[in-house]
Design a binder for this molecule. Structure first.
Ligand code: NAD
Length: 275
């Protein structure tokens, strides 16, 4: 089915973790439908001893190129969601340049794989700091400008199927992704009066660098307890989803088509979180 064009003409979308993967795909798709983009990414390693590669400044430059190729503007900053001042600066420059802020996609996150009682202290602290506190910081950087503009808007937290069910080896990550649901539901009650909607989107495995972490097959092979958790309960089979599968849902959720949708947890996961 052909997607409708131009749902975000004249609007401004702020995306964290936009250098690559889902964040980059969302930036390109929002731009293709008329939005100007504010993009941030840390573009550096965040966790020690992680088996998947980190994003780079070159990756963020490629996001800029893709958005500009769609004929839209982009303000791109190397910024860490753990650093409030760097998020505030990116949003301030974007709002100064584009005049408003309508949509926020809190997407930046990191993952690692450990049995819960073996999670290294630094991994526990950093995963919570980036995946949960970083989303709170993203909200803090965005909401004053959205409320001030008075245009309403949509905020989406990119959680995970691991925000709706447990996964072995992902206890620390799942705790943050569940935590986002509580934050989302509470914020929803606070900002509805400004016509701002807040939802969480819960992808299953997606074909990105994080989603293709080479550690995962090793863990599944070494520990049969994880086999069912990763593949066995997916009604639509074991293949990874594409970033477009997530963008399709996110753009709808962020658009006026979903103007009555707030406070939901939307799984896009081939049924992985089904109970
Ligand atoms: N890929 C999957 O299988 C999968 C499944 C479920 C949920 N998710 C979620 O989807 C979102 C996007 O992940 P992805 O698959 O595109 O992974 P990815 O690793 O390709 O992209 C994540 C981006 O976030 C950035 N980032 C990490 N820490 C940051 C920080 N402190 N400050 C700013 N930027 C930071 C990274 O540099 C990277 O560019 C994440 O929230 C992830 O948890 C992914």
């Amino acid at each position: 089915m052909a997607r409708s064009e131009g749902r975000f003409e004249g609007k401004v979308v702020f995306i964290t973790g936009a250098a690559r993967g889902q964040g980059r795909a969302h930036a390109r798709r929002f731009a293709a439908e008329g939005a100007n983009i504010i993009a941030v990414d840390v573009c550096a390693p965040v966790l020690p001893d992680v088996s998947y590669e980190s994003a780079t400044v070159e990756d963020l430059h490629e996001t800029v190129r893709l958005v500009e190729q769609e004929g839209r503007g982009i303000v791109a900053h190397v910024a860490d969601v753990r650093d409030q001042a760097s998020l505030d600066a990116a949003v301030a420059e974007g709002v100064d340049r584009f005049g408003r802020l309508d949509v926020v996609v809190a997407n930046a996150a990191v993952a690692s794989y450990h049995l819960t009682w073996e999670v290294p202290e630094e991994h526990w602290a950093t995963v919570l700091d980036v995946n949960l506190t970083g989303v709170w910081r993203t909200v803090k950087a965005s909401l004053p400008a959205m409320i001030e503009a008075g245009n309403g808007g949509a905020i989406t937290f990119i959680s995970s199927a691991a925000g709706l069910r447990g996964y072995s080896y992902l206890g620390h990550y799942a705790a943050t992704k569940h935590g986002l649901v509580g934050l989302m539901r509470s914020l929803t009650l606070e900002v509805g009066q400004y016509d701002i909607r807040v939802n969480s989107l819960h992808p299953g495995a997606v074909d990105t660098v994080m989603g293709n972490d080479p550690d995962v097959p090793r863990i599944i092979a070494e520990d049969p307890r994880t086999t069912g958790a990763y593949t066995g309960q997916r009604p639509l089979g074991g293949g990874a989803q594409l970033t477009d599968d997530i963008s399709n849902a996110l753009l709808w959720l962020s658009s006026d088509e979903a103007r009555m949708v707030t406070g939901i947890t939307l799984p896009i996961d081939a049924g992985a979180a089904m109970r």
